[in-house]
Design a protein around this ligand. Structure first.
Ligand SMILES: Nc1ncnc2c1ncn2[C@@H]1O[C@H](COP(=O)(O)OP(=O)(O)O)[C@@H](O)[C@H]1O
Ligand SMILES: [Mg+2]
Length: 337
């Protein structure tokens, strides 16, 4: 891969290929595998990597955002919207047969008229995608495991994905920060996603990469901050691109101390918004763990609550339970949120 041309510090806005820093190995791995399941906590750069990869490969992609899917119909509507967009922008320029290109849309219409069940519809739809001339189509489902919230239809989606991938005619890219749920799906016995996906776990930037990311970025903007602060940034962010970007942004604003992100409204709001999706007990348990106390203090069913937090990717369990995100850990410990 050619070297990265620019650095952009943007908070919680995925970057494209032009600004993708230090992920050339990952881009290479994605290129080598037909279909991949990307794992990694929030803010590690999954969406940025997917977006950049599609740009790099110039793939005709249907992009589904799992977080936005409320029910099966909204999934179908997203497919329709994305396919229509693709048809308009790219496929139209191809030599494909009109009827061939229209087949996926007709399949959606016939599903909406009640002529087929969910699973049959999806199978046909994906099959049609696979057979569209020689143009490779990528189906991307970002935050894939969030779709589980729609209930049994999620199983239909998973089964159809598994089936089409066994035929290896289409490229499917999934991403999830809900590590526990993602692992369960990958390991399922009756639907072994592990066999059809290469699993790619995104890691934080290392010490040196974090340092270079910030110092080169500052240089690009003609701003300087003391080296000590740039070095300390790795320890505050633990190399999460999301937090390094916020630290970089703040440095551009003239605020060099990396610890400043703890009291930065953008960081606090990021977590406050996400925590609203958790139950009272889950939030209580997160606070206990942040303060180094036993999760069992959360009372009855504490084991179940802990498992839910692990499945949703908030916590990992080594010898002890730890909060995955370094900023969330600090904010809860210091009761800043
Ligand atoms: N490789 C990268 N190079 C530069 N910035 C990145 C990179 N990966 C992530 N970022 C930054 O980190 C933030 C979070 O990235 P995102 O792709 O949304 O993570 P995720 O999808 O894993 O939650 C974005 O604001 C983006 O600017
Ligand atoms: Mg994302």
């Amino acid at each position: 891969m050619e070297s990265v041309k620019r650095i952009k510090f943007s908070f919680n806005k995925p970057v494209g290929y032009m600004y993708l820093y230090d992920r050339s190995d990952e881009i290479k791995k994605l290129s080598e595998s037909e279909s991949a399941f990307l794992l990694g906590p929030l803010g590690i750069g999954k969406t940025s990597l997917l977006k950049s990869y599609l740009e790099h490969k110039m793939c005709n992609a249907l992009w589904i955002n799992g977080e936005r899917i409320r029910n099966f119909n909204s999934f179908v509507n997203s497919l329709k919207r994305e396919y229509s967009k693709l048809l308009k922008n790219r496929l139209a320029k191809s030599a494909g047969q009109f009827s061939e290109l229209n087949a996926p849309l007709l399949e959606i219409e016939s599903y909406k008229e009640g002529k087929s069940d969910r699973y049959t519809f999806l199978n046909n739809f994906l099959d049609y995608l696979a057979f569209i001339s020689d143009q490779k189509i990528c189906l991307v489902i970002d935050d894939f495991t969030e779709i589980r919230k729609i209930g049994p239809a999620f199983l239909d989606i998973s089964r159809a994905i598994y089936k089409v991938l066994k035929k290896r005619k289409i490229s499917i890219l999934l991403a999830s920060s809900e590590l526990g749920y993602a692992r369960e799906i990958l390991e399922k016995k009756d639907l072994p996603f592990k066999k059809v996906f290469s699993v790619l776990t995104l890691k934080p930037f290392g010490l040196e990469v974090s340092f270079d990311f910030l110092s080169k970025g500052l240089e690009d903007y003609g701003v300087s901050c003391p080296k000590k602060y740039i070095g300390d940034s790795y320890y505050v962010s633990e190399g999460f691109p999301l937090w390094l970007s916020l630290i970089g942004l703040r440095m551009l604003e003239g605020k060099c101390a990396p610890e400043g992100i703890y009291t930065d409204k953008r960081a606090q709001l990021f977590w406050v918004e996400r925590l609203t999706k958790l139950s009272v007990k889950e939030k209580y348990m997160l606070r206990l763990i942040a303060k180094g106390e036993s999760y069992r203090l959360a009372g009855p069913h504490s084991r179940r609550v802990l498992n839910s937090l692990i499945r949703r990717g908030y916590i990992i369990k080594n010898k002890q339970e730890v909060i995955v995100d370094p900023v969330l850990q600090y904010l809860l410990k210091m009761e800043l949120i």
